[in-house]
Write a protein that binds this ligand. Structure first.
Ligand code: FES
Length: 398
């Protein structure tokens, strides 16, 4: 269920610079994608398109062993994500184990499958933080995008219960052209539910979202209006003494410089997928790189020595315009997954960068957003059936 925007949530913000560190840092932030199973069908899910073909999930013991090894390597934050992590019957056991190891734990959930008793159980297990995702502030749009008629009601109930049981709560709204014009209502819902943080994360185009970009990318006007309204709410809420924090995430497609993706490849972030594949970012599975599996290799070896984790460390992989760019230590060349999806070559500079010879693709996407109608009926929903029939040709022409 997690979109790429939310996968960055809670990520430590200080990455070592290329020049100051010979090698790399520690995997401070471990993301455990426990399962790809999910009761919802969000068309912007960041899971891989072929998730239905992925092999058996790690067992309870294997996950606990990964967490143990992660702590030894210096990991401090552990995110439980998916799919929907609540689907795992051993979730309480996994959280209990992680808590005892000293992790700060975060559950990233749709809220579907949660109830009062389960929230109490999570609390007892030592869970520190819950992030509940919504698709919209209106039941119709929410349920349409979730592919479930009951989702909105359940989410509301669970968000209230999470707060009632004393959790710090992040509400995550992935925004796009079908809900961004209701940003005022979204913020008001966040206030009403007493969220500590409301992430207004404009959809990033990875996984299923990339295939649905024509239906989801907002226009520049929509985006600017949403940011303006968010800023107005920030001022009003602060003046009223409301401590709620509104986090607004702009999509890459409206930037001129790329983001420092994952705070640098193999610098602080380590994802383990349901079948044990270890990745430097949650989308890297699609890249033509062989990534190791925690069943075959100790985490320390994966982090320090595997070719997958070393592939984009340092700057020896860089070509122009990155190589001689005076911003290369700031953004490390941007997002390699995005370069791959858009140009077919992961070693290219992220086309988001105005210096990239492929930046035209980003400009074309913006132009496309101005002209398409973006009919929700054309959305490709994330479900097992679609996962099995999907094409592997990922290069889009706008
Ligand atoms: Fe993989 Fe950016 S999402 S490098």
């Amino acid at each position: 269920m997690s979109n790429s925007g939310s996968a960055c949530n809670g990520q430590p913000s200080q990455a070592p610079s290329l020049s100051s560190v010979p090698g790399h840092g520690q995997p401070l932030w471990l993301l455990a994608e426990l399962t790809y199973k999910c009761p919802l069908q969000c068309p912007y899910c960041s899971n891989p398109l072929d998730f239905a073909e992925v092999g058996a999930e790690l067992t309870t013991e294997q996950w606990l062993d990964v967490f143990r090894q992660g702590r030894e390597l210096g990991a401090v934050q552990l995110g439980f994500s998916g799919g929907e992590p609540l689907v795992r019957q051993d979730l309480i056991e996994l959280i209990t184990g992680a808590h005892k190891m000293g992790y700060y734990t975060n559950l990233i959930t749709s809220g579907v499958g949660l109830n009062e008793g389960k929230i109490a159980g999570l609390h007892e297990a030592g869970l520190d933080h819950i992030q509940v995702s919504f698709q919209a502030a209106d039941p119709e749009v929410n349920n349409l995008l979730a592919g479930s008629e009951k989702a909105f009601k359940q989410k509301l109930k669970m968000a209230r219960e999470v707060k009632a049981q004393g959790y710090p709560m992040v509400l995550n709204f992935v925004t796009h052209r079908h809900n961004i014009d209701r940003i005022d209502r979204i913020i008001e819902l966040g206030v009403e539910l007493e969220a500590d943080y409301v992430e207004l994360a404009t959809c990033q185009y990875y996984g299923w979202a990339f295939d649905n970009i024509k239906q989801l990318l907002p226009t520049h006007e929509q985006l600017k209006r949403a940011e303006r309204i968010t800023n107005q709410y920030r001022e009003q809420l602060a003046a009223a003494g409301n401590p709620i924090k509104l986090i607004f995430v702009t999509p890459d497609y409206y930037e001129e410089r790329p983001k420092k993706c994952m705070n640098g490849w193999g610098q602080v972030f380590l994802t383990v997928t349901p079948d044990g594949t270890a990745l430097p970012c949650h989308s890297a599975r699609m890249l033509p790189i062989e990534f190791p599996n925690v069943i075959d290799m100790p985490l320390q070896k994966i982090w320090d020595e595997s070719s997958g984790f070393n592939h984009f460390r340092g700057d020896s992989w860089m070509e122009e315009p990155c190589l001689s760019c005076d911003e290369k230590e700031k953004d490390f060349g941007g997002c390699h997954c995005q370069a791959y999806m858009l140009t077919g070559d992961m070693h290219n500079a992220d086309p988001v960068c105005a210096k990239s010879e492929h930046h035209e693709l980003i400009l074309s996407a913006r132009a496309m957003a101005e002209t398409v109608a973006g009919n929700p009926a054309d959305l490709l929903y994330r479900n097992e059936r679609n996962s099995r029939i999907i094409t592997t040709d990922r290069l889009l022409k706008f």
